[in-house]
Design a protein. Structure first.
Length: 327
């Protein structure tokens, strides 16, 4: 088999392993190394560049360029060496790296854990649990706000955690997947509009917006397509998506959140506190009914349904191209 076909096989294997295993805590994860690299770059570039807003911006820009290229370069070097050793050694390592680029099982597990903690231990414990998944302040969240934040997290990460890595991996394999994960990890670590990262994290945040622009829209359309199959309201999902897909400071987040809100007939987003400051975010969707614990499971079903649909279509198209094009 050719390199391209074996790469496609690795992507499929990686997704299946993620569905079965998730992210075991005992297993070292590439994102941990990426995170350490980001921290080292921040320390180094803050010393190297002037302690001014302009200096912080260029230090952050250097980080935003270096980390994704380094992540992709190291991955390419490892896989190239294994390909020279044995195609099946390449497939084994490529499958493992592709697996670690997906986050479907982990996302579902963590979201369902919030619901389990809420039902078993009460609101205070659920606030702490959801605080591990979101960047907003959670100390004063109501039960409805906890569930809303959980559904929003699942909806947004349908793109960030599964479909965006998939779209980068179909043409470029694990090299593309780790390139994307580096961008996404930078945004989650330094892409904040607070005093520390307003300038240093700006380039990382803009790069993440650009990397997710197409995947977010593809994810939204896939979620709309699978909603009726899952017993959800696809027609309303499309209506709310058309109306509310731009109702977010991020150019991408409302794409999938609006679909989830429409499919579930609930209202998402709204005012939230970040680092002690209240941000008046617009609502997404319609409050046709109160949000409930079961909506988290329904959002996870949308996640998996859209992921399987796009994985199937992407792999089929790529294998057809490889077959007829001789790749």
């Amino acid at each position: 088999m050719t390199l391209f076909r074996l790469t496609l096989l690795s992507v499929l294997a990686g997704f299946l392993i993620d569905c079965l295993v998730g992210d075991p805590h005992w297993l070292p994860h590439p994102v941990m190394l990426i995170g350490k690299g980001i921290s080292l770059c921040e320390k180094a570039f803050r010393r190297l560049f002037p302690n001014t807003d302009r200096g912080a911006f260029f230090g952050g820009l250097a980080t935003a360029i270096l980390i994704p290229l380094l992540s992709a370069g190291v991955t390419f070097g490892v896989l190239f060496g294994l390909w020279k050793l044995s195609p099946w050694a390449y497939v084994a390592m490529s499958s493992i790296l592709c697996w670690q680029c997906f986050a479907a099982r982990c996302l579902k597990t963590e979201a369902c854990r919030v619901v389990a903690v809420l039902e078993r231990d009460g609101l205070e414990a659920a606030r702490r649990q959801i605080g591990m998944l979101v960047g907003r302040d959670t100390d004063a969240l109501t039960e409805e706000q906890v569930l809303r934040a959980t559904v929003e997290t699942v909806a947004e990460n349908t793109s960030d955690g599964v479909i965006a890595p998939l779209l980068f991996m179909i043409p470029f394999g694990a090299v593309g997947g780790l390139f994307y994960k580096a961008i996404n990890t930078m945004d989650s670590m330094i892409g904040y509009k607070n005093e520390r990262y307003l300038y240093f994290g700006r380039a990382a945040a803009k790069l993440d917006d650009a990397a997710n622009f197409l995947p977010a829209r593809v994810s939204a359309l896939a979620m709309i397509a699978v909603a009726p199959i899952l017993g959800l309201d696809g027609k309303n999902a499309f209506r709310v998506w058309k109306r509310d897909r731009r109702r977010h400071a991020s150019p991408n987040s409302a794409q999938t959140e609006s679909v989830a809100a429409g499919a579930l007939h609930v209202e998402l987003n709204g005012p939230a506190s970040y680092f002690g400051r209240l941000v008046d975010k617009p609502t997404i969707g319609d409050a046709d009914r109160p949000i409930e614990c079961a909506d988290v499971g329904r959002a996870c079903a949308l996640l998996y349904g859209a992921s399987v649909l796009l994985l199937t279509l992407s792999e089929a198209a790529a294998f057809a191209l490889a077959f007829f094009g001789g790749f």
